[in-house]
Design a binder for this molecule. Structure first.
Ligand SMILES: [Zn+2]
Length: 420
């Protein structure tokens, strides 16, 4: 197994900072220090200054309790958080990738590393309180308790407050790693942000994404290059496009939208097709998990029991099944929105290509396979018309994010794309 940071594509600066912090954390453990110095409010780069003064100073200077990893989707926020967790648990160095600490963290089985992956639209206060409580316990491996919160932007306000309390008065050996698209107040509350050190990740360049697909996944170089460009820097998406024929088919269907928009009726048809494709994709991704979960719960509840007490058990069971159904519905909604958002990002890429061609900007197209079509669009619409269409797609994404019903937002977008 290579170094734990190997899969963090195109993020050299962040890796240097995280390695330095892991080394500082190890020094803290060696020195037997009791606590870290919490990040002073709004201290972005405090540690850069501290770092200049080495030897004899507080060994914890390079390390702090709470971190936020920011960056666009696919830039590797959760990969960075997990790799850093491994580096903190590494018993040989700063993420050797070979010791039990690295292995179990990367495999998701380390006893002192907890990962919160929200399945629904938000992370609730109950979940957060339980997590904070467990995070306060002494690390069983003698190093750090690490809590990774993926999509920290989906914390409910109450859950955010529970987390803030823990970050403000952190247990001595607990480290919180938050992942969010940005540090905008819509994503992370200002008070939480002020207590955390921020690690900004950038959209990795297509060449770096292609390189990792070839090296790690054994994908042919030409396919890797095409997929990396089409995925616009999203590593996971690039891998899916390179490997999954269904994902490629869905993308082709989305990119066929622009030439289908020949009238009002066609615009509504295209909207329906896009929504239904997202629903079908989401259903395929959650159905299996839903069925397994329900069967497991029914078995645990002893479905079909007829003995004494069965009636009471059934009443309790109904409540638990209802709870499960609620959770599954929330997960399905999230999966649908994610699928739709992927389609919109592809579509935005097409109009971006048209725009850059109309402007004769010297940049490579996102979708090499529809470049000719985008070129024809550029001629017909000019830069202004291309820009208006790109904006219509982005407005649709923003509207859905703001809870406008997806069908309504997509219909409005299709009409705007047709009319220009
Ligand atoms: Zn290690």
């Amino acid at each position: 197994m290579p170094d734990v940071f190997a899969d963090l594509v195109g993020q050299d600066e962040a890796v240097v900072e995280l390695r330095r912090a892991a080394a500082a954390a190890a020094a803290v453990l060696r020195a037997g220090a009791q606590a870290l110095v919490p990040a002073a409010p709004a201290s972005g780069d405090a540690f850069a200054a501290d770092d200049a003064a080495t030897g004899g100073v507080d060994p914890s200077a390079g390390m702090t309790h709470a971190w936020i990893f920011t960056g666009p989707p696919g830039s590797g926020r959760s990969i960075a958080a997990r790799a850093f967790a491994a580096a903190l648990q590494c018993v040989h160095g700063t993420g050797c990738g070979e010791c039990p600490g690295c292995h179990t963290t990367m495999g998701g089985t380390h006893a002192d590393v907890r990962m919160v992956v929200p399945e629904g639209l938000s992370i609730g206060v109950g979940e957060m309180r339980a997590l904070v409580l467990r995070a306060a316990s002494t690390p069983s491996g003698g190093r750090w308790q690490v809590v990774i919160i993926e999509d920290a932007d989906r914390l409910t306000e109450a859950a955010g407050n529970a987390l803030l309390k823990a970050i403000e008065e952190p247990p001595p050996r607990t480290v919180f790693l938050l992942c969010a698209p940005s540090t905008h107040p819509d994503d992370i509350s200002v008070t939480i942000r002020s207590r955390c050190r921020v690690v900004p990740l950038r959209q990795p360049p297509a060449t770096a994404v292609a390189e990792v697909l070839v090296r790690r996944d054994g994908i042919a170089p030409d396919v890797a290059q095409w997929a990396a460009a089409a995925a616009q820097g999203h590593v996971g998406r690039a891998r899916r496009l390179a490997r999954d024929p269904e994902a490629r088919k869905r993308r082709e269907a989305v990119l066929a939208v622009p030439r289908r928009l020949t009238g009002v009726g066609a615009a509504f048809d295209a909207a329906s097709a896009l929504i239904e494709a997202a629903e079908a994709e989401a259903e395929a991704s959650v159905t299996e998990a839903d069925t397994t979960e329900r069967a497991a719960l029914e078995t645990a509840l002893g479905a079909g029991g007829t003995g004494r007490g069965a009636a009471g058990a059934i009443r309790g069971a109904a409540g638990q099944l209802k709870e499960l159904e609620k959770r599954q519905k929330s997960r399905a909604t999230r999966a649908q929105r994610d699928a739709l958002d992927r389609a919109l990002v592809d579509l935005a890429g097409f109009y971006r290509d048209a725009l850059t061609m109309a402007l004769r900007a010297p940049v490579a197209p996102v979708h090499t396979d529809t470049a000719a079509l985008a070129g024809a669009g550029a001629q017909k619409w000019d830069a202004e018309g291309s820009l208006r269409r790109l904006e219509a797609v982005l407005a649709c994404r923003a509207a859905i994010e703001a809870n406008v019903k997806p069908r309504i937002a997509v219909e409005a977008m299709m009409l705007a794309l047709w009319k220009g």
